[in-house]
Design a protein around this ligand. Sequence first.
Ligand SMILES: [Zn+2]
Length: 300
Amino acid sequence: MRETVLGDVTITRIKEYYGSVELSAGTFFPEAQEETWREHESWLAPDFVDAATGVIVSAIQTWLLRSEGKTILVDTGVGNHKERPYSPVWSRLSTGFLDELATAGVRPEDVDLVINTHLHVDHVGWNTRLDGRTWVPTFPNATYLMPRADFDFWNPANGHEPKLGRGNQNVFEDSVAPVHEAGQTLLWEDSHTIDENLRLDLAPGHTPGSSVLALESGTDRALFVGDLLNTALQVVEPDVNSCFCEDPAAARATRRRLLGQASDTNALLLPAHLGGHGGAEVVRDGDKFAIKTWAPFARL
Ligand SMILES: [Zn+2]
């Protein structure tokens, strides 16, 4: 199963990529000791780490939501044909992402809303597609919701020096600016209510404009937390950041706050990149957290 229903909202998992991200656990998560990975290896491998090589395994996926008659995409992956000189694993991909969407019954023109939880290379790629030599919005009828704090932070005109170094080279130019110039962006601040079921809230730390989409429908809850969790290890070790977290202290605080909220409200936690079942329900475990049950999606 790659679809589940929470209240009045249908959630479908659309895979773009699953496998090695060509970064060792020690490089991706420098704050986690090797012993910590080994301690949890029995359940982290093979879905989240390759035990033999110590290389991190990740999914690049889009959450397709149908709510109040609207078709909504949460994050748009890496995209095809993008030049990523400083992120070679994401350079010049040619995946069948749009076919995956079509299999789920969605044509590009059907998409009403695109949500970019933040503006990293692996969250905005399918915002645009190559038309001849020009990047054009992939979803011609969609409004693209972007957090203004990230729009400003990643705009090269503002000259910020991110932790990602030049890993986001070209990303603003080929995946953000063309949508903005087409008049299809809505830059939001602090919080943005989408409909009766869905609300975006700022959750800074990983990036200045990182955000969380909260689903509340009837008694059902879910939190789409983007890259607040990059691996399942961060559930049991919530203070461990990725090397791409711009503000380490804020990222830790935000991660703990949202894990607590998910535990206390029985919310299904759906990060952007978890392999395996793609998400989990979590519970408090002393001052840390534990997996209660995996999300009801088939294992990748
Ligand atoms: Zn990411």
